[in-house]
Design a protein around this ligand. Structure first.
Ligand code: ATP
Ligand code: LTN
Length: 327
């Protein structure tokens, strides 16, 4: 069975973009893959975090994983910092990466641009992500489009090290991207991606948003002034984003949606999308509180970490041997 690994940062506000780009795949894949899903808390500290909030957000994301349908009986769910191999392999990979390739990463440039001092972790973060993936001999990595470059780096590092230390050092993984959910854009600015950190709360729909907030955010989403409903990302990014979200949530293609509609304007499209979104998020919200408050949650994470650690240690032993580390 092929092995799957992915992670989400515990930084709050898990939104429709995270869900449609990555999390939805987590549930699909667990039926016929060996899946390992991580809450990547060591990634979160690349920018300052309040320790109390971080702990809370770790459990929030874990509860969300389970609420959307990740089944701990089928998949391993755990917290990154509970398996020390991530940091250890991260260091080994750092020593095999170049500052040039890391400083060219789009996300690094976006997050560091215009700043006087930039944390080193922000630059080395894709290497830690590569370590997360390679530590588990991963075949498939379900992620959103924004992570494509980081997957490429992971492959480059694996191939580079395999060439030097032997083909059996690392498994070279592939990214997996959704057709319609891989890049969900902000509702208020459809030229930038929906993001956790944007100031305007109406730029995103968080998975636990109330129905009234869902309605407000969608109804005020930026469109355009020509009034024509068609899919054209270049010229009509706002309307295309709404159609894309509709498609990803309903499982219908944009063509099917457009063929079946009798909307008189953007207002009708938005109203229908409000209903589709509310319906899709209702079961997630219904499960969430009970899971978040249950004692079972910590138990699941501890057991997950134990299972993950067995795989990680096996890889680390092999890698230490290849590099001549230790005795
Ligand atoms: P932010 O939304 O602040 O940019 P992030 O992408 O840095 O968050 P994560 O929450 O760890 O951090 O991302 C989890 C997953 O969600 C990743 O696979 C990422 O590619 C995906 N993702 C994030 N934003 C979007 C989006 N707008 N559309 C599709 N997928 C997304
Ligand atoms: N870098 C990703 C989160 C992440 C990840 C991973 C995803 C960290 N490690 C390993 C897949 C596999 C992000 O910020 N979205």
């Amino acid at each position: 069975m092929k092995r799957v690994f992915s992670g989400v940062q515990p930084t709050g506000n898990i939104h429709l973009g995270n869900y449609l780009g990555a999390l939805k795949q987590f549930v699909e894949l667990q039926e016929d893959h060996e899946c390992i899903y991580c809450i990547v808390d060591e990634h979160a500290i690349t920018v300052p975090q309040d320790p109390k909030e971080l702990r809370k957000h770790i459990l929030d994301v874990a509860a969300l994983y389970l609420s959307i349908g990740v089944d701990p009986k089928k998949s391993t769910v755990f917290v990154q910092s509970q398996v020390s191999g991530h940091a250890e392999l991260g260091w080994i990979l750092c020593c095999n990466s170049y500052t040039g390739e890391l400083s060219r990463m789009t996300q690094f440039k976006a997050k560091s641009g215009g700043k006087e001092s930039v944390g080193t972790g922000l630059m080395t973060y894709p290497v830690l992500m590569a370590a997360d993936i390679l530590l588990y001999d991963t075949d498939v990595v379900p992620v959103g489009q924004d992570q494509k470059q980081h997957i490429e780096l992971t492959r480059d590092l694996a191939i580079r090290i395999n060439n030097k230390y032997g083909e059996d050092t690392f498994v070279v993984p592939d990214g997996r991207f959704m057709k319609s959910g891989a890049r969900i854009m902000s509702l208020d600015d459809p030229t930038s991606k929906m993001s956790k950190s944007a100031e305007n709360i109406h730029s995103r729909i968080s998975l636990l948003d109330e129905d009234s907030k869902i309605k407000k955010s969608i109804m005020r989403a930026t469109t355009d002034s020509d009034g024509e409903i068609r899919f054209d990302i270049e010229n009509k990014p706002g309307v295309s984003n709404l159609l894309n979200i509709y498609s990803a949530l309903s499982g219908k293609t944009v063509e099917e949606i457009l063929a079946a509609q009798n909307w008189r304007g953007y207002g009708d499209l938005k109203k229908e999308l409000v209903a589709v979104t509310q319906e899709a998020l209702a079961p997630i919200k219904a499960n969430y509180n009970e899971i978040r408050e249950s004692e079972e949650l910590i138990k699941i994470l501890n057991e997950g970490a134990e299972r993950a650690n067995v795989i990680a240690e096996k890889t680390m032993k092999r890698v230490r041997d290849k590099f001549g580390l230790g005795l």
